[in-house]
Write a protein that binds this ligand. Structure first.
Ligand code: NDP
Length: 306
């Protein structure tokens, strides 16, 4: 069995070494133009030429959960497109989101500013009931985040395309329930995949439906958010703040208003990193299953785009 690795912006040798150890007997090599046809590929942002030269791939394993960049390319029609299925990302995402929700809820920025100025003072504790958190996307990451927030006893609501039942989470589904989801939400967490249907979804119409003092945490993709609409709702005071981990252009260009905005926290697309060892173990397990003719989880539905 031949495995080719084509990952841009990635240190390749440790992936080759790990995949060789996890799949003894497989021929594992970094892709070069003109390389022989492989059975499976491990990819991150591959060039179109790679896909054009590998029309016989059975599996294309993306080393991330989001496949929006891959969906813009011409893919070999017969290949299964497989995304990372958690592989250590959901715990990171839950930590990240809970950290910022709690920071906001407990006014920890204010406390830190006070004590830095030598001031020992208290704020009136906020009510959890007044701090409902809404999670857009109840997939692998969204469900884990929603449940982690529910464990802190925040009122948690979630929105997805199809109906879900998640313990401790009030679930909404589809366009028809979107407004009800939004109007009961104060802190909005975006964990949708980027598809033609969800691009620009965080616009003025949607963000202005949040409760006053609304707070936005975008950890999915930059193109979900209409930057100008967020800025104007922050400046008008309808929104209290935003934490942005993802941007239309990454790295976020110097001079972008998000960098200096007093109500915006910028993090460098780091909320849930790909963990190499976990990812290699998962991909190797799935390749072995495919080779045995067994079904695997995490196969992308090309029509839905995620
Ligand atoms: P999943 O595919 O497991 O879940 C996607 C969820 O979004 C599903 O619940 C799905 O609904 C819902 N959804 C999709 N389209 C719509 C729609 N049009 N309307 C309503 N709901 C919709 O994805 P993951 O949870 O694994 O990951 C989510 C995204 O997080 C990734 O696509 C990626 O962009 C981003 N990400 C960001 C990272 C970072 O470091 N910042 C790291 C990893 C991922 P249904 O269940 O009904 O299909």
């Amino acid at each position: 069995m031949r495995l080719t690795v084509c990952c841009t912006d990635t240190k390749i040798p440790p992936w080759l070494e790990g995949l060789r150890a996890a799949l003894p007997g497989a021929e594992v090599a970094e892709w070069q133009p003109g390389a022989p046809q492989a059975d499976h590929a491990v990819v991150w942002a591959p060039p179109q030429r790679f896909l054009d030269e590998q029309p016989g791939l059975k599996g294309i394993f993306n080393i991330g959960a989001g496949v929006d960049a891959l969906m813009k390319l011409r893919l070999p029609p017969g290949a299964l497109l497989v995304r990372l299925d958690d592989a250590g990302m959901s715990a990171q995402m839950a930590e990240f989101v809970c950290h910022y929700v709690i920071r906001q809820f407990r006014e920890l920025d204010g406390y830190e500013a006070d004590t830095a100025a030598g001031k020992w003072s208290f704020r009136k504790p906020r009510s959890r009931a007044g701090f409902p958190v809404g999670v857009m996307g109840l997939g692998v990451l969204g469900q884990r985040v929603a449940q982690a927030l529910a464990a802190f006893e925040f009122p948690v609501r979630g929105w997805s395309r199809s109906g879900k039942e998640v313990a401790g989470v009030e679930c909404f589904a589809g366009e028809g329930q979107f407004d009800a989801f939004l109007s009961g939400t104060r802190v909005l967490v975006n964990l949708l995949p980027l598809t033609p249907e969800t691009e620009n979804i965080l616009d003025r119409r949607v963000l202005s439906r949040l409760q006053p003092g609304g707070f936005v945490i975008n950890v999915a993709r930059g193109a979900h958010l209409v930057d100008e609409d967020l800025l104007s709702l922050l400046d008008s005071g309808h929104l209290a703040g935003a934490v942005l981990d993802v941007f239309r252009e990454e790295p976020l260009p110097a001079g972008h208003p998000f960098w200096q905005h007093p109500k915006v926290v910028v993090t460098p697309h780091t909320s849930a990193r790909t963990l190499r060892d976990e990812s290699i173990a998962q991909i190797a397990r799935k390749i072995r299953a495919l080779e045995r003719g067994e079904p695997i989880a995490g196969v992308v539905d090309r029509d839905k785009g995620y």
